[in-house]
Design a protein around this ligand. Sequence first.
Ligand SMILES: Nc1ncnc2c1ncn2[C@@H]1O[C@H](COP(=O)(O)OP(=O)(O)OP(=O)(O)O)[C@@H](O)[C@H]1O
Length: 308
Amino acid sequence: MRATIEVIGLRKRFGPTLALDGMSFTVQPGQVTGFVGPNGAGKSTTMRVVLGLDAADKGRALVGGRPYRSLSDPLRHVGALLDAAALQPGRTARNHLLWLAHSQGLGAARVDEVLELTGLSGVARRRAGGYSLGMRQRLGIAAALLGDPPVLLLDEPFNGLDPEGIVWMRELLAGLAGQGRAVLVSSHLMSELQDTATQLVVVGRGRVIADTSVAALLSAVSGDRVTLRTTAGPAAATLLEEAGASVEFLGQDTLRVSGLAAEEIVGVLGAQAVPFSEVAAHRATLEEAYMTLTRDAVEFRAGREVTQ
Ligand SMILES: Nc1ncnc2c1ncn2[C@@H]1O[C@H](COP(=O)(O)OP(=O)(O)OP(=O)(O)O)[C@@H](O)[C@H]1O
């Protein structure tokens, strides 16, 4: 089976709410793909449609090239974490997983493996009703991994995790993608996905705003701004402007330079022996990139609405 998720032109209306408005993207194997957007953007609905839990009014969703409902052993094809709070509180974690495993022809040995993998072995015989949200997230991941599926869909897996849990989750997701799986992870906090996602599908109001690699997004948003610290501000500014840069004074000794790369700035100043103590290229965070993208989308929509 191809480890992919294909979402093709999904449209879904709930009464007056248009939850999905032509949602389309593909999730590739070997990557953690972040699925981000503000509350109500349509992330959960998309995942529910992919998993056959909601029917789309239009469009198609395929897992490994096939609709979810046509998969005979779904847990072996796709693992999902949708709502970690949805557990039978009286059941122990191990029994919960055993029940799921048996329904798919999987044995107890696999249950113990996923308990180990998610760090739950020590508490596996406790009732899940007493679990913290973080432990429930781990149990949800354990359930998603039971069938060793090539495709994973995780809705807000970072919810309720403490900082240590967040690091653990990032490493787990990167490891799963490193094994060649397609991993789709939704979040409304871009910062959670920093250092984890390599691809991003950014959504707003039921459609895709951007579908890009994280590296391309960060370099596009970082631009070519460089911060320069020098005690010879005016001389440096003159030289750099002559070399084609634009220069802005942020303080007496601090200049923001654009239009030249950091190495070129060092070259220009070095050639004329102009002293400087720091040349730092600006690097955007994922959060900044997200704000830029979603702000543009809002402006675009506002403009379109006015002209309609
Ligand atoms: N069962 C439902 N009945 C009515 N409206 C719904 C239903 N499910 C989702 N919606 C609406 O569809 C829109 C998309 O919701 P969805 O939960 O998919 O967004 P989301 O991006 O996952 O948001 P969040 O980050 O808050 O989870 C929202 O306006 C939501 O209120």
